[in-house]
Design a protein around this ligand. Structure first.
Ligand code: G3P
Length: 460
């Protein structure tokens, strides 16, 4: 290429103004292929380093991330409209997660196997010991809503286990991801051990997920994209995928209503409901339904929301509201948009025909359905295509446990809204909410490595 040619770029569009707030390189497959080759070469050296050396570099990177907190939080505010405090919190929890993961890596041990349980083998004839070895180059694809946290929870376990990692961030969130990447590079992560690849998914997405030097894909994002990746990668590499959710809260008549209201309002409207774990549906028992609805409307009126990620997303959300109303739902709050902002919206009487009842809404809209008994709600939750989290509000702890046992989601929260935090807890989605391996601290370390057995054969 002629040196005077401009580098191809993509504009990062602000949700506030629909205008560009920065640019990212628009990489093409040739460049990406070269970077993956380098990542593979770097892996061959990195896997030979000690856990303690890796820990030192990762902890330096995390220090640097902490120091860049203010700057990154401002980028998040510009490119995804996350408020500054929430941005800082995202960085804080990522630092905490890293400390847990580094320590969990240091605690990982193998097992010893003795062959003499098998018929014909003598004592000491065969002794095996297992260890964890890295997989190779891991591809991490992250979404716009947590560009830092959902990158860190992939980068740190991958590097600690001796893998190299190629990070493909979203376009909106790509500026903060670039800063995060720089924190690792300036802290001594060798070239190619961590690689940033930016570009349009339509151009490089399939190339990345089918590249023969990619040994694992860790993805967080929509169910549609997750299914597409699973299909084109044809089961050739392990997948760790967290996808959509339709997280529901059940409010029983004996619940602490104040607590349920606080949790559900935050759960539904924080970051405009653009969280996989946002509360996306409420089932309330008929005995308290009227009081609950009146009070949740009152409480939600003053909840401050920012703009949705794009005008396209705003239109999708407004269309879902209209579809619910056309199917008999009553809008008891909100429904209006100002720019890309959709005000907190609550609909009652949302029935099974409405998309809002069964599809994931990534927006500040809460459908409420009155139930006559809890089994009805449990059945709706268990027959949903999604199965990330759910929650139950009741003062009767025995009842809470027996309902939790019946619910088939990755996590059931008792007396709290759905949510992943703390990030060292296992995070699992069933049905269309996840594919493959679970996430956590130890869980992700195991997912990003494999067991290797060495057998000592002795003459006896
Ligand atoms: O890891 C961030 C995301 O997966 C969910 O986090 O706290 O919004 O449930 P949270």
């Amino acid at each position: 290429m002629d040196n005077t040619d401009p580098v191809l770029t993509i504009d990062v569009i602000s949700p506030h103004t629909n205008e560009s707030v920065g640019k990212l390189p628009d990489m093409k497959v040739d460049e990406v292929g070269g970077l993956i080759d380098k990542a593979h070469t770097a892996f061959l050296k990195w896997k030979e380093t000690t856990i303690s050396d890796r820990a030192e570099i990762v902890m330096k990177a995390i220090d640097s991330l902490e120091h860049s907190s203010e700057e990154i939080a401002h980028l998040l505010e510009q490119e995804i409209a996350k408020d500054i405090e929430a941005g800082k919190k995202e960085i804080e929890r990522s630092v905490e997660y890293t400390k847990f993961t580094v320590s969990a890596t240091k605690d990982l041990n193998g097992e010893v196997f003795f062959g003499d349980s098998s018929k014909g083998l003598k004592k000491g004839q065969k002794t095996g010991y297992s260890s964890r070895v890295p997989l190779g180059v891991i591809l991490a694809i992250t979404p716009f809503n947590y560009p830092v946290n959902l990158a860190i929870t992939k980068i740190v376990p991958a590097l600690m286990m001796g893998n190299s990692l190629v990070l493909k961030p979203p376009v909106q969130g790509g500026l903060a991801s670039t800063k995060l990447f720089e924190c690792f590079i300036k802290s001594g992560v060798p070239e190619g051990v961590l690689t940033l690849v930016t570009g349009r998914s339509s151009g490089i997405g399939d190339y990345l997920v089918t590249h023969p030097k990619i040994s694992m894909i860790a993805f967080t994002g929509s169910t549609v994209t997750g299914h597409h990746i699973a299909e084109v990668s044809k089961g050739k590499v392990p997948l760790l995928m967290e996808m959509g959710g339709k997280d529901s809260s059940i409010v029983l008549s004996d619940a602490d209503i104040e607590l349920a209201l606080d949790e559900i309002v935050k759960g539904a409207f924080t970051f405009c409901g653009q969280r996989c774990t946002a509360t996306k549906r409420v089932f309330v028992e008929s005995e308290i339904a009227q009081e609950f609805i009146e009070r949740i409307v009152e409480k939600s009126k003053t909840f401050k929301v920012g703009p949705l990620i794009s005008s396209v997303q705003k239109d999708l959300i407004l269309a879902m509201i209209e579809d619910a109303k056309a199917n008999g739902a009553r809008e008891v709050l909100g429904g209006q948009a100002q720019g890309n902002i959709v005000l907190p919206t609550i609909l009652t009487g949302v029935n099974e025909n409405a998309k809002l009842f069964y599809e994931e809404q990534f927006g500040p809209v809460l459908p409420i359905t009155i139930i006559q008994n809890v089994d009805q709600a449990v059945n709706w939750i268990n027959t949903s295509r999604y199965g990330l989290q759910s929650s139950v509000f009741t003062r009767d702890i025995d009842k809470a446990f027996s309902i939790a046992e019946k619910i088939d989601t990755g996590t059931v929260q008792i007396n709290a809204a759905c949510g992943r935090y703390p990030d060292n807890f296992p995070f699992v989605g069933v049905r269309d909410s996840g594919i493959g391996l679970p996430q956590g601290t130890k869980d992700t370390l195991l997912a990003m490595s494999r067991q290797k057995l060495t057998v000592i054969n002795k003459k006896v």
